[in-house]
Design a protein around this ligand. Structure first.
Ligand code: HEM
Length: 138
């Protein structure tokens, strides 16, 4: 057992495997950075006429809380998502493809303003984009 542990230790030193165990949530900077991204994103929405129209009747504090949880879940962080499914939330909004893309653009701006490196941004976007089919034209 001791021999195995020693081998693991040497292997992790050689391969840098300790760093590969980081979750995307850790890479993003954890709770504080995700909260910063969400705050920035809400700010972007407020200043974008097209996006703001969708949110005009929304409870922004609920959105803030649920989006923090959802992003944490997408990034394999230690959170439980307590919001509704993507289909339930976006049903009836009839979000077009271009408005979805606009949302993604604003989200990228929010990550950039939170100083998230582009390589890490791309990893989160790769997790978000597949949710597209649960969001548009519903
Ligand atoms: C990958 C893209 C997206 C993700 C991951 C996402 C995620 C979420 C989450 C987690 C919530 C809160 C759920 C809850 O309250 O239970 C939410 C709410 C909402 N989303 Fe999205 N969303 C996305 C794209 C969009 C886009 C493109 C629009 C509009 C163009 C949009 C409009 C809204 C609105 C208006 C609400 C608030 C609904 C309400 O007040 O009940 N979302 N979204």
């Amino acid at each position: 057992m001791k021999k195995f542990a020693t081998l693991c230790f040497i292997f992790s030193l050689l391969t840098g495997c300790a760093s590969t165990q980081m979750s995307l949530y850790d890479e993003l900077g954890g709770k504080d950075t995700v909260a910063q991204i969400v705050d920035n994103f809400i700010h972007e929405i407020e200043y974008n006429k097209t996006m703001f129209t969708y949110f005009a009747e929304s409870d922004i504090e609920r959105f803030r809380e649920k989006l923090n949880e959802h992003l944490c879940l997408l990034a394999n962080g230690p959170c439980t998502y307590t919001g509704d499914t993507m289909e339930q939330v976006h049903a009836g909004m009839n979000i077009s493809e271009s408005d979805f893309n606009l949302g993604v653009d604003l989200f990228i701006a929010a990550m950039t303003k939170a100083n998230v490196p582009h390589t890490v941004q791309n990893k989160l976007l790769a997790k978000m984009v597949p949710t597209r089919k649960e969001i548009i034209y519903l």
